[in-house]
Structure formats: structure tokens, C-alpha cells
Ligand binder design. Structure first.
Ligand code: ADP
Length: 249
């Protein structure tokens, strides 16, 4: 499961907003093939950290290494082709477009299968086949021809996962994949993430400790921009400092 070189590493990663440290000297190590959860109270710096990892924000100091390569300060469009994909918390779907069209668009993008356009193949048929495979992976194959706007909330989140998978990323960043879901959709999402995480590295932000406990090999707890605790879920959830941070006493 783990390898000598971590797939993702941050060194003393720091982000300041007008002197306020949202992320402060964070050393994060994510092993290849693991599911690594980032948790922490609101305002702990989880979203800022995700934005730093994907190039949406530039660090004030420190560095980000992906597969041993320094990717600090690269733009999102430079980072994505390296094999880092992100599924957003806020839905970014086109209501009128069908599920298959969403997938074909993602695959045709320069970061998806579009990378392989030089290949002498009938590319749209390749995209169509791959789109159906991805929809099947997230349990939406039977809805391929319907507009995204007609999907239930949990299905929209599953479609977003399929879009993130179109890149076939080595590292998948999931931003609150179960936010706003009822228990049935949560359990379905856990099963789905387990399936797509096999053979892939996943960094997950989620508030739901049942989700974190079910999925994560390791957990990093952030508080006020700093790492408060790090380790296996069972160890971290019984850590006095973590309990205090969550209960606020
Ligand atoms: P989390 O995702 O853990 O809830 P965030 O990363 O969203 O935390 O925020 C961490 C801190 O940084 C918060 O205090 C937030 O108000 C602040 N922050 C986030 N983005 C900005 C920004 N663009 N400008 C100023 N402060 C920000």
C-alpha cells in the first residue's frame, strides 16, 4: 500500500491572506495507494489546502511535491495533466447536457483522453465507450441519455465523481463527497469511493466521521491552519487534543 516515495508531500506549506495564516507550515505526506482524510473544524484550512494542492491558490511559502516533483506555484491547467483531479463540493454541471455528453466533454479536454488525440483512432467512438464505462463505474449507466438537470442530488455527486475519473488521475481529491446527503446516499457514496479508490490515491475532506472511519487509511486533523494530529483513524479519534478541538472545550 505505501511506497518509499510519497505520492504527495507538502513541506512547511503556508498560505497567508493579508497577514492571516489560513494554512501554517503544514507537512503532509500521502502514500501512494492510500485514502487519506483531512478533517478539522470549520475554518481549519482544509479548503485552502486543497486549493494550494491544485494550483487554485499560490502558497505564501513552502512547497508541494507530487511523485517527487516540485509542483509549487504551477497553475491548475499545468497540475491536472500530471494526474491530479478534484471533485468539487459545489455542483458544476450543465443542466441541459446529458450524462454521456458531460463525460465526452471531460474526456475530450486537453487533460482527459484528449491528450491522446494524435492517436490514429476514431476518437469520438473511444470517448463514447469510455464515457459508458465511467458512468457504469458510478452506477449511472442507465441514465446516460438523460439531462444532468433531471438527476437526484446523490446522482449529481456521482456524476461529478465520474467526471473527475475521466482524467484517470493518480491522485483524486474529494471535497466533501457526502455533503448534504441522507444516510442512504452516504452509504452508496462510501461503497463507490471504496471501489474507485482501489489502485488510486485519494485525499478526502469530509465532516462525517462515519465516512472518514469507513474510508480513510490515515487521517490528518487540521486546526487553525496547523496539523493537530495525524495517524490511523482509531488512533486519531481517541486523541484528547482532537476531542477538545471538536468539542471546543
Ligand atoms: P475549512 O475549509 O477548513 O473550513 P478554509 O480553508 O475555508 O477552512 O478557511 C481557513 C481560514 O482562512 C478561515 O478563517 C477563512 O476565513 C480564511 N480564508 C479562506 N479563504 C480566504 C480568502 N480568500 N481571504 C481571506 N481569508 C480567507
Amino acid at each position: 500500500m505505501s511506497s518509499a516515495t510519497p505520492l504527495l508531500e507538502t513541506r512547511s506549506l503556508t498560505k497567508e491572506f493579508r497577514g492571516f495564516r489560513a494554512v501554517s507550515e503544514v507537512d503532509l505526506t500521502v502514500s501512494e495507494g492510500s485514502v487519506h482524510a483531512l478533517v478539522g473544524p470549520n475554518g481549519a484550512g482544509k479548503t485552502t489546502l486543497f486549493n494550494l494542492l491544485t494550483g487554485f491558490l499560490t502558497p505564501s511559502s513552502g512547497s508541494v511535491l507530487f511523485d517527487g516533483r516540485d509542483i509549487t506555484g504551477l497553475a491548475p491547467e499545468q497540475i491536472a495533466p500530471l494526474g491530479i483531479a478534484r471533485s468539487f463540493q459545489i455542483t458544476s454541471l450543465f443542466e441541459q447536457m446529458t450524462l454521456r455528453e458531460h463525460l465526452e466533454l471531460a474526456l475530450a479536454s486537453p487533460t482527459g483522453m484528449g491528450r491522446q488525440w494524435w492517436r490514429p483512432v476514431s476518437r469520438m467512438s473511444v470517448f463514447a465507450d469510455r464515457s459508458m464505462e465511467l458512468l457504469d463505474q458510478v452506477g449511472l449507466a442507465d441514465r446516460a441519455g438523460v439531462p444532468a438537470g433531471s438527476l437526484a442530488y446523490g446522482q449529481k455527486r456521482a456524476l461529478e465523481l465520474a467526471i473527475a475519473l475521466a482524467l484517470d488521475p493518480r491522485l483524486l481529491l474529494l471535497d466533501e463527497p457526502t455533503a448534504g446527503m441522507g444516510i442512504e446516499d452516504i452509504d452508496r457514496t462510501i461503497t463507490l469511493v471504496k471501489r474507485i479508490a482501489s489502485g488510486r490515491t485519494v485525499v478526502l475532506v469530509d465532516h462525517n466521521m462515519h465516512v472518514v472511519g469507513s474510508l480513510a487509511d490515515r487521517v490528518t486533523v487540521l486546526q487553525a491552519g496547523q496539523i493537530l494530529a495525524e495517524g490511523p483513524y482509531d488512533e486519531v479519534r481517541t486523541d484528547e487534543r482532537v476531542i477538545t478541538a471538536y468539542l471546543g472545550s
